[in-house]
Design a protein around this ligand. Structure first.
Ligand code: DX5
Ligand code: ZN
Length: 221
């Protein structure tokens, strides 16, 4: 298991005050910034692109920026995000014609690479690429929107992916995204996740530090 990471999804932040919002969650103890990129094509919503990533870097954000691409095609936008300051770039296999090639492309631009599994995507998609990955991102909701409920069958899927990661012997992170709250994060951690995306649970709270510290305490048991 890798050290615990809490990655607030800025999808639920106040976009009119984005720099300040990111400063505040990092000050509150969060580790990464989860950056949801939606194209109104692969998913039915439209969000932010490399310009906003670059703006956060220029604003002075030094925390890792965890870019979650929900776009199709994938490859065209990868170099732009690398240039804009992305630390990790994750993508959905359904959105890339050549999954192995896209992983290599991300790494060749100096970023860590993650593969994202939707609730309906079988874990077998990891066959033959797991060893190339820095992270597996399991979706516990269908991608497109914040504030959805955690899909319970994801716990079993987490255990299955955890087994595969452990068997690989490599330091691959297991990230979970969707419906993560302070009151379910302990069982999600017990099922094998070490990296936790939380959007509405953090940004809809009055006190970010309180939620982040309750999440970390729950993971630590
Ligand atoms: C959904 C996004 C998530 C979303 C999570 O497509 O990938 O990152 O913002 O939001 P919550 O934590 O509210 O479920
Ligand atoms: Zn996400």
């Amino acid at each position: 298991m890798q050290p615990t990471v809490i990655a607030p999804s800025i999808l639920s932040a106040d976009f009119a005050r984005l720099g300040e919002e990111v400063d505040n969650v990092i000050k509150a103890g969060a580790d990464w910034v989860h950056f949801d990129v939606m194209d109104n094509h692969y998913v039915p919503n439209l969000t932010i692109g490399p310009l906003v990533c670059e703006a956060l870097r220029k604003h002075g954000v030094t925390a890792p920026i965890d870019v979650h691409l929900m776009v199709e095609p994938v490859d065209r936008i990868v170099p732009d995000f690398a240039k804009a300051g992305a630390s990790l770039i994750s993508f959905h296999p359904e959105a890339s014609r050549h999954v192995h090639r896209t992983v290599q492309l991300i790494k060749s631009h100096g970023c860590q690479a993650g593969l994202v599994l939707n609730p309906g995507t079988p874990v077998e998609v990891l066959d033959y690429v797991l060893d190339e990955l820095d992270m597996v991102l399991l979706m516990s909701v269908n991608p497109g929107f914040g504030g959805q409920a955690f899909i319970p069958s994801t716990l079993d899927k987490l255990r299955r992916v955890r087994e595969r990661i452990d068997a690989s012997g490599r330091a691959i992170r297991l990230e979970i995204d969707g419906g993560v709250k302070a009151d379910n994060i302990a069982e999600i951690a017990a099922a094998g996740a070490d990296t936790f995306v939380a959007g509405s649970a953090i940004f809809n709270a009055d006190d970010y530090a309180d939620v982040v510290s309750r999440m970390k305490a729950a993971v630590a048991g």
